[in-house]
Design a protein around this ligand. Structure first.
Ligand code: PHE
Length: 355
């Protein structure tokens, strides 16, 4: 067996191997235990030193040539296979989808996404808490003691059971407590979610949505609160002529407290947000009460902050012009088809947070 002849023969077979299986058969025939190249290598042992000096390099060169030819062919076959798969598995993205997407995004979800987008841009994270709360987080820690009339104000749903009383949270403010207990300041969060009060008319439903905001840091003051609310409301209503009016108010968990009104005006016979022909209340807010900060284990001499809370459903009504809150939760397909959003209308600050 002449090494050069063998090499030519194997190179031809390697080039002719049309798949990885055929290539492997060539490999076995050449380099396997009973392969021709292996057999040639074995003859080296019986050679005289002189023969070995002349034949050794030829046989080794043969082995290397066959080995690298197989490796190169394997790479080529694998690439061919990939090319073929890419060609057959190609997806035509221009094809219309077989069915138009059904369903739509509820205005409450859409507005929550808008608010999240706006506050994310201001450096706020999203926090969550349970809808079934204990009395301490929903009331006591927020400086609303058992005997406080504010407890009655909230028309609370109590949950029957033993141990500490549990309630359906009456506001998102308990998320303030949960966040301050779990994280070290500085804190900047919003907490959107469901809240519950035993109340029902055209502007109240037993379940509705709030969004809470909380900032805790050093040297925070009312100016930061006012700037944040103004920036958020301008971005949300997509108007620069948003005018705010802060009215002194009372919440047990903030001191001082302010209710925030936003100015409205009449445009084409419709009442719209912007200008200052009249006022409507949109937010509760204030500086976090030092006692609330202390209840969460933080030193109120070191840390201050502001908080605000507002109704998401109400913001949606104001922005998108619905007038009956109850329709939000009726599940009437005609309403949701009219007021719902496409899942492709993802609010972004660059693309616009409105529809
Ligand atoms: N939790 C209050 C409410 O439900 C709103 C609020 C939140 C007020 C935070 C001040 C600060 O009415």
């Amino acid at each position: 067996m002449d090494p050069e002849q063998l090499q030519l023969g194997f190179e031809r077979q390697i080039a002719a191997a049309s798949d990885l299986g055929a290539l492997d058969a060539v490999r076995v025939a050449a380099l396997g235990k009973a392969g021709d190249v292996t057999a040639l290598l074995k003859t080296l042992g019986a050679m005289t030193p002189d023969q070995r000096t002349t034949e050794g390099p030829k046989i080794n060169a043969l082995r290397e040539a066959v080995t690298s030819a197989i490796a190169a062919r394997r790479v080529a076959l694998e690439n061919d296979g990939l090319d073929r798969r890419l060609a057959t598995e190609r997806v035509d993205l221009s094809l219309p989808s077989p069915e138009l997407p059904q369903g739509s995004v509820h205005p409450v979800s859409q507005v929550m996404d808008e608010l999240t987008e706006i506050f994310a841009d201001l450096g706020f994270a999203v926090a969550e808490g349970p809808e079934i709360e204990d009395d301490w987080h929903n009331f006591s820690a927020l400086n609303i003691p058992e005997t406080h009339p504010a407890r009655a104000m909230h028309d609370t749903f109590y949950i029957a059971g033993e141990g500490e009383p549990r309630v359906l949270r009456t506001h998102t403010s308990p998320v303030q407590i949960r966040t301050m207990m779990a994280e070290q300041p500085p804190i900047r969060i919003i907490a959107p979610g469901r809240v519950y009060r035993s109340d029902s008319d055209s502007t109240h439903t037993p379940m509705f949505h709030q969004i809470e905001g909380l900032v805790i840091d050093r040297k925070i003051h009312m100016g930061h609160l006012k700037w944040t609310l103004e920036t958020f409301l301008k971005a949300f209503f997509e108007r620069d002529d948003i005018v705010l009016r802060l009215r002194p108010s009372y919440f047990p968990f903030t001191e001082p407290s302010a209710e925030v009104d936003v100015g409205w005006s009449i445009e084409k016979g419709r009442r719209v947000v912007g200008g200052s022909q009249g006022w409507m209340e949109v937010l509760g807010s204030g500086m976090v009460h030092p006692r609330v900060i202390a209840n969460c284990g933080l030193d109120p001499d070191e840390w201050q902050g502001f908080a605000f809370g507002t109704g998401v459903d109400r913001l949606a009504m104001l922005k998108y012009g619905m007038d009956d809150l109850r329709a939000f939760f009726d599940g009437d397909l005609r309403w949701i088809k009219h007021y719902g959003f496409s899942f492709l209308e993802v609010p972004t600050l660059s693309g616009g947070v409105g529809a």
